[in-house]
Write a new protein. Structure first.
Length: 82
């Protein structure tokens, strides 16, 4: 099916359908600048449970808040707690 029809069926934007195609999450074929989406692939993707909405908060790194700080900043932080 053409990308425009896949957008209507799935309720996704054209950019999101293209992202799914490029990422291999749905299958299709590219003809020139246009994509044709395999209907069975889109149906199978839509049948999969998925979370909607924004991602949750990031989990803290095992090293704590010092990740990404320069060595000088880490030393200063460590010396100030002594």
């Amino acid at each position: 099916m053409p990308t425009a029809e896949a957008c209507k069926v799935a309720g996704f934007s054209r950019q999101h359908i293209h992202r799914l195609l490029r990422g291999g999450l749905i299958e299709g074929i590219k003809l020139g600048h246009d994509w044709l989406v395999y209907e069975d692939s889109l149906t199978a993707y839509l049948a999969q449970p998925r979370k909607r909405g924004p991602k949750g908060p990031h989990t803290p790194s095992p090293q704590g808040h010092t990740k990404g700080l320069s060595a000088g900043m880490q030393q200063k932080d460590e010396s100030s707690t002594s």
